[in-house]
Design a protein. Structure first.
Length: 205
């Protein structure tokens, strides 16, 4: 039994370095994601001013304005946002193709949530592992009267806890904001799709 417990102790201690490296990588990713979130917020404000704020317009006027802004020869495709590229494609696509384009765009939006989800889930996991692993050596140091070893391991435990919580908080904040932005985009896209369908039905009559 002692052999098994000693083996488990050695294995768990061996995981400390990978856990710390993982936390540092997640910390760097969280900082990059925080900068990306600021850029996404600015993008959302631009879309809000240009598109979302005009949802209550008359249907024909709204579609006409979109065709003029997105379908003109002077508008360079390279400068269009992915959301605007989708709108531009929807204006000229048949109903079946519109459904495909919207589905593909939803998949793109889902891919943007992968990294925030990783931070939200793995931040606390690695933080907890980084807290518990040094506790063993800290208790050994306490029992033998080696206060320096105990203090060092407790310092590592608290540092990994803080890093894990910070990473998780950034991931959760980013996830919530992106959910809101994506939901607003999809509401607008579905609305434009419905307007185009109604316009096609009226043309057939």
């Amino acid at each position: 039994m002692k052999f098994i417990s000693d083996t488990m102790f050695l294995l768990s201690n061996g995981l400390l370095i990978p856990v710390i490296i993982g936390l540092l990588l997640l910390f760097l990713l969280a900082l990059l994601m925080l900068g990306g979130l600021i850029e996404r917020a600015q993008r959302y404000k631009r879309l809000q001013r240009r598109y979302f704020a005009h949802q209550r317009e008359d249907a024909s006027a709204l579609l006409g304005r979109l065709r003029q802004e997105l379908g003109g020869e002077s508008q360079e495709t390279a400068r269009l946002d992915l959301f605007e590229e989708l709108l531009r494609s929807l204006l000229t696509a048949p109903a079946a193709e519109r459904s495909l384009l919207i589905g593909e765009y939803e998949l793109r939006l889902d891919k943007r949530l992968v990294y925030p989800q990783v931070l939200t889930k793995f931040g606390p996991i690695l933080g907890l592992m980084g807290t518990l692993i040094p506790m063993g050596p800290a208790l050994v140091g306490l029992s033998s009267g080696d206060m320096a070893t105990m203090a060092y391991n407790m310092q590592v435990a608290f540092a990994t806890t803080v890093l894990g919580l910070f990473v998780s908080a950034i991931g959760y904040l980013t996830l919530q904001r992106l959910h809101r932005y994506h939901h607003q985009e999809l509401i607008y896209i579905d609305y434009i799709d419905e307007l185009l369908t109604q316009a096609e039905d009226e043309t057939k009559k």
